[in-house]
Every structure is written in C-alpha cells, then in structure tokens.
Design a protein around this ligand. Structure first.
Ligand SMILES: [Zn+2]
Ligand SMILES: [Zn+2]
Ligand SMILES: [Zn+2]
Length: 172
C-alpha cells in the first residue's frame, strides 16, 4: 500500500533528525515533511485540512518543543488581538483526531507527530532543559502496560507515558 511505503520512508528519514541535537539538522525539512504527510493523511481520509488547521500544524512544528494553546492563540491573532480560544481548540481537536498532533498531558501542550500515517499510542521523552519532546513508539512498552493493567483487573482505555530527562544536546 502506498501509505505504508510512504510512512516507512519518512520513518527512516525522520530517525536521523530526531536523534540529533536541534541545531544539527535541517528543521525546515521536518516542517516540509510534516505538512506533506498531513496533506496525504487528510486527502486519503477525506478530511479537510483547512488553511487554519494547516497553519496551526505549521506553528506546532516550528520546533521540536511542545507548544501551548495560549501561544497558538497569540501567534494566530490579528491586529494585536489573540485568536479566540474555540478557534484554536477546534483546530487542535481536528489535528489530534487525525493523529497529526499529540497532546503532552504533563505539559498541557502539543507536539507534532512524525508518524501520522500509522495510528499509535506513543511514549514521550521530554527534555527538562530545553523543552524538546521526542516520541518513542515501542510496542513492547505498550504491551507490558496493557498486560500489567489487565493482570490487576483493569480494562485499559488509554496510556499516557511521559519520561522526563535531558536530550542529546542538554545532557551533561
Ligand atoms: Zn526538526
Ligand atoms: Zn505520534
Ligand atoms: Zn534538551
């Protein structure tokens, strides 16, 4: 299937930049890739990537740090007035629903997903020094938590796994 091939390619391509300190990669390529993937994902599903939704995604991808809704409101504002909260939250809801963006719960902020063509429950690595957020997609982690929850009699409905530490650039 075309989508899977595209994701595989992108996965390989993303591996390098994402493992590298921020200033050592061409972040413009990350933004271009993310917007192209968003276009593909939405076209394949018949979802409308409106100019506003695309702009919000672009703002979120402006770096590998997470972005707060408040900052999006400021950046989307016109004539010195911030954009209205519902405008921004509706766009965020859409982007999250399409798997283009994830919410980082412990930061109450948002990051772009580098693998939007394959739905997943990721784990997040958060740099406490520079704010960079990376996504890990280890199925073993997901499976171990599901198994543990089930063993304790829970029916798991979702997972939020966020690891704090120092990224490659910020570690001592
Ligand atoms: Zn980048
Ligand atoms: Zn993701
Ligand atoms: Zn860092």
């Amino acid at each position: 299937m075309q989508g899977q091939t595209a994701d595989g390619d992108r996965g390989e391509h993303q591996k390098q930049p994402h493992g590298q300190p921020e200033e050592l990669h061409d972040h413009h390529a990350c933004i271009v890739d993310a917007l192209a993937a968003a276009g593909e994902v939405c076209a394949a599903r018949g979802a409308q990537l409106t100019a506003l939704r695309r702009r919000v995604l672009e703002l979120i991808w402006s770096s590998h740090r997470s972005v707060k809704a408040y900052d999006l409101m400021e950046q989307l504002g016109t004539a010195g007035k911030p954009a209205k909260p519902p405008t921004v939250y509706r766009a965020l809801d859409f982007l999250i629903e399409q798997g283009l963006v994830h919410k980082v719960e412990s930061l109450n902020a948002y990051v772009g997903c580098p693998h939007p063509t394959s739905p997943h429950e990721g784990q997040f690595l958060i740099c406490i020094a520079c704010g960079r957020v990376d996504e890990m997609r280890d199925p073993a982690v997901r499976a171990a938590i599901r198994a543990g929850a089930q063993a304790a009699g829970y029916v798991p409905e979702g997972q939020t796994i966020e690891v704090r530490g120092r990224c490659a650039r910020c570690r001592p």
